[in-house]
Design a protein around this ligand. Structure first.
Ligand SMILES: Cc1cc2nc3c(=O)[nH]c(=O)nc-3n(C[C@H](O)[C@H](O)[C@H](O)COP(=O)(O)OP(=O)(O)OC[C@H]3O[C@@H](n4cnc5c(N)ncnc54)[C@H](O)[C@@H]3O)c2cc1C
Length: 208
C-alpha cells in the first residue's frame, strides 16, 4: 500500500521506517529543509547544535533499541555532565546525592529534607502524586527555601511562568535521580561539549 506521512519528525520518520519494513511504500512530506522536527539540529560552522536541548536516559529503552536497530548505537555517547546551580554569582554543583549534601546555599536540615523527598520520588511510582500540582507539593515537602532556590527558577526557565498548574507527576529530575543522562546519537564531540555547557546553569530539567 502507498502511504503519505505529514511531517518528518521523530514520529513521522519512525512510522515511515516501520511501514517500509512491512513492505509498504511511503512518502514523507516535510516543510523544513532538514528532517527531525523538534529533535533536529542546525549547523554552526563545522558543528551541529540542537534546536532544543534533549536528554536520553538509559531507561528510555524503546528509543535506545531503535537507535541500535538503525545502526547508530556506536554513535550514542553516554556522558555524565556536571550540572550546577548559580547561587549568588557562584556555581554550586548539584547533580547527585553527595553534591546535594554539600550544597552549602541550603542549610543541612534543608539538604536532608530535599534528599529524603528526592529519594521518595525516585522510589515510588506516580500514583500518589496524580492530581497534585508541583508547586504546593514541593513547597510543602521540600520546604519554601529549597523550592524557591532550586525548583522555582527551574520551572520558570523551562515553562516561562510559575508552575501553578504543573502536575506533580511531571517530576523534576531530582539530584541523584536518573543520573545517566546522554545525548542523542552524536554528530561530533564538539556538539556534545557545547550542549553540556549550555545546560550548565540548570540543576536539572523538568520532565514533561
Ligand atoms: C525544549 C524541548 C525539550 C525536549 N526534551 C526532550 C527530551 O529530553 N526527551 C524527549 O524524549 N523529548 C523531548 N522533547 C520532546 C521531543 O522533541 C518531541 O516529543 C518529539 O521530537 C516530537 O516528534 P514528532 O515527530 O511527534 O513532532 P515534531 O518533532 O514536531 O515533528 C513534526 C514535523 O512535522 C513538520 N510539519 C508540521 N506541519 C507540516 C506541514 N503542514 N507540512 C509538512 N511538514 C509539517 C514539522 O516541520 C516537523 O518537522 C523536547 C521538546 C522540546 C521543545
Amino acid at each position: 500500500m502507498d502511504y503519505g506521512i505529514l511531517g518528518g519528525g521523530a514520529l513521522g520518520l519512525a512510522a515511515a521506517y516501520r511501514l517500509t519494513q512491512a513492505g509498504h511504500s511511503v512518502m514523507i512530506f516535510e516543510q523544513e529543509t532538514t528532517a527531525g522536527g523538534l529533535a533536529s539540529g542546525f549547523r554552526v560552522g563545522d558543528n551541529w547544535l540542537e534546536k532544543f536541548y534533549h536528554h536520553l536516559f538509559k531507561t528510555d529503552t524503546t528509543a535506545i533499541k531503535l537507535i541500535q536497530e538503525l545502526g547508530l548505537g556506536e554513535r550514542l555517547e553516554w556522558s555524565h555532565p556536571r550540572t550546577v546551580c548559580l547561587v549568588n554569582g557562584q556555581f554550586q554543583q548539584l547533580d547527585s546525592p553527595l553534591t546535594l549534601l554539600r550544597f552549602s546555599p541550603l542549610r543541612i536540615d534543608e539538604r536532608l529534607r530535599v534528599a529524603a523527598v528526592g529519594a521518595m520520588l525516585k522510589l515510588t511510582n506516580s500514583k500518589p502524586y496524580e492530581g497534585k500540582t508541583a508547586e504546593p507539593w514541593l513547597r510543602r515537602w521540600m520546604g519554601k527555601r529549597p523550592y524557591g532556590m532550586v525548583f522555582e527558577p527551574l520551572f520558570a526557565a523551562k515553562l516561562r511562568r510559575l508552575p501553578t498548574s504543573l502536575r506533580t507527576t511531571c517530576r523534576a529530575h531530582q539530584p541523584g535521580g536518573r543520573q545517566s543522562s546522554a545525548r542523542h546519537a552524536r554528530r561530533n564531540s564538539a556538539t556534545t561539549g557545547r550542549w553540556t555547557l549550555g545546560s550548565a546553569h540548570q540543576p536539572g530539567n523538568v520532565d514533561i
